[in-house]
Write a protein that binds this ligand. Structure first.
Ligand SMILES: NC(=O)c1ccc[n+]([C@@H]2O[C@H](COP(=O)([O-])OP(=O)(O)OC[C@H]3O[C@@H](n4cnc5c(N)ncnc54)[C@H](OP(=O)(O)O)[C@@H]3O)[C@@H](O)[C@H]2O)c1
Length: 253
């Protein structure tokens, strides 16, 4: 790599925490950030999936480790903050989507969805954001949804949480950008991952959604590698508080 590209995009010497990093979009972003030079710490619930992801990252020469935690539980979030060490790049990717018609959602569904999709990113940001600002450099990448900006397919509480996450991004950017911490939201299109398997199982749905993307296809996790490296590095130093649509043109179609 030329010195020029290294200055813009290398993540050597950085340490990243990637929630949801054992699967799908989160794993792809963790691998991209790791292969660009950062040490990577993954967070998810299932230990076996974490171990597999860590082994895969190590196969790419990435220094990687994992913390098993349920980000819907306040004590677990606290443990992730305490045991994660100093973090330069925080990726809030872990999410859950309880797909029920609005009227059937329970108070527990609401609280669980908010806890994982919005409260955990808030608490992790509250822990790491000020520390990043104190060191004069940091990046927070929140993973939103089309539902950060519009209703789509029983958006329910998930839509409210993801809209809140875009707002949280702006609040965090307002608080810490002047101290060198850039905070942005990635907005995916429809991506073929375990999370969307229920939607993928509906006959004709995958094809119909592919046609809604200007690119003519649905997303795959690898589509998020470039955006992750960009938003995690020096190149994005004047990009903050934004939503970056990695959606094949879905939102503007
Ligand atoms: N796929 C799409 O079309 C799409 C579109 C828009 C936005 N998104 C967003 O993209 C993000 C990643 O989704 P994905 O499609 O890549 O899903 P995925 O492949 O199912 O991955 C979800 C990841 O989050 C972890 N996770 C889920 N609940 C958790 C919890 N309570 N505590 C800790 N970790 C948890 C999962 O591991 P464990 O299950 O082991 O905990 C897994 O690592 C989510 O925020 C999702 O809302 C996805």
């Amino acid at each position: 790599m030329s010195d020029y590209l290294r200055e813009l995009f290398s993540l050597h010497g950085r340490r990243a925490l990637v929630t949801g990093g054992s699967s799908g979009i989160g794993y792809a972003m963790a691998e991209a950030i790791g292969r660009a030079g950062a040490e990577v710490v993954l967070v998810a619930r299932r230990r076996e999936e974490l171990d597999k992801a860590v082994a895969r990252l190590r196969g790419h020469g990435v220094t990687a480790s994992a913390i098993s935690a349920d980000l819907g539980e306040r004590d677990d979030v606290r443990r992730v903050c305490e045991s994660g060490g100093d973090i330069d790049i925080l990726v809030n990717d872990a999410g859950n989507n309880i797909r029920k018609p609005m009227a059937e959602l329970t108070a527990d569904d609401y609280e669980r969805t908010m806890a994982v999709n919005l409260t955990a990113p808030y608490l992790l940001g509250q822990h790491h954001g000020p520390k990043m600002a104190g060191r004069g450099w940091g990046r927070i990448i929140n993973v939103g949804s089309q539902q950060s900006i519009s209703a789509f397919g029983d958006s329910g509480v998930y839509g409210a949480a993801k809209a809140g996450l875009a707002g949280l991004t702006r609040s965090q950017a307002e608080a810490w950008s002047a101290a060198g911490v850039c905070v942005n939201t990635i907005i995916p299109g429809f991506v073929l991952t375990p999370l969307t398997e229920p939607a993928q199982a509906i006959p004709g749905r995958v094809e119909a959604l592919a046609a809604r993307h200007m690119a003519g296809r649905n997303g795959v996790p690898q589509d998020f590698a470039g955006a992750a490296v960009f938003l995690a590095g020096n190149a994005c130093g004047f990009v903050t508080g934004q939503m970056l649509f990695v959606d094949g043109g879905f939102a503007v179609h």
